[in-house]
Design a protein. Structure first.
Length: 204
């Protein structure tokens, strides 16, 4: 899901798929699609990826007459089977990646804000990314919460095993938080920590 959310603006803004034309959508419509998808999924985390793809396609798919092919994501889900939704979503993603590989800092900021309250979705994406699987694929839709938990636990154990194979000096270095670009150490500060709120709760 992360890649689909981060790459959505481009130069050439359309591509043909079947009898439809897919056009790239602006950030505001993408955020609208996410909110609509959350409503359609109604708390079903397993269905959220499919719903998000449907809601994005509802805004990106146009008929040959230049009008939108679908009124909303719900209509996409009613009229199009899941495999085709996944195929169209992959075509849309390919267009995004082809036309605008780098995402602007402003778009990253907006999308980060949209996802900051969805830590479980971020966790699921890390699992899918490690296996090279898109949320729209059938095998991803078949994953249960227990499957994700199992994978996360073993990913954590794998990382611990990797660290145990290092000497103490190298392990200490590997556990440091460093900048991905220059390697400089990062301040060990939780940016989301609300100190005022913490003090308020502590005094209660």
């Amino acid at each position: 899901m992360e890649k689909a959310l981060l790459h959505f603006l481009g130069g050439r803004r359309k591509t043909d798929v079947s009898a439809l034309e897919l056009r790239l959508i602006p950030a505001a419509e993408l955020l609208q699609a996410q909110r609509e998808a959350e409503t359609l999924a109604d708390g079903d985390t397993a269905a959220l990826g499919l719903c998000l793809n449907a809601c994005i396609l509802a805004r990106a798919a146009f008929g040959k007459n230049g009008k939108r092919a679908f009124a909303d994501g719900a209509e996409v889900l009613r009229r199009v089977h899941a495999e085709r939704i996944g195929h169209w979503a992959e075509r849309y993603l390919a267009l995004c990646a082809e036309e605008n590989p780098p995402c602007s800092a402003e778009n990253r900021r907006r999308l980060g804000q949209a996802l900051e309250n969805a830590p479980y979705e971020r966790l699921k994406w890390r699992v899918l990314r490690s296996f090279g699987v898109l949320p729209s694929e059938a095998r991803a839709r078949e994953m249960t919460d227990g499957d994700y938990l199992y994978c996360v636990l073993h990913m954590t154990l794998d990382e611990e095993e990797r660290l145990e194979q290092l000497c103490p000096e190298c392990r200490a270095q590997a556990e440091k938080s460093t900048c991905l670009c220059c390697g400089a150490p990062l301040a060990e500060v939780n940016s989301s920590f609300d100190e005022d709120r913490f003090e308020e709760l502590r005094k209660q």
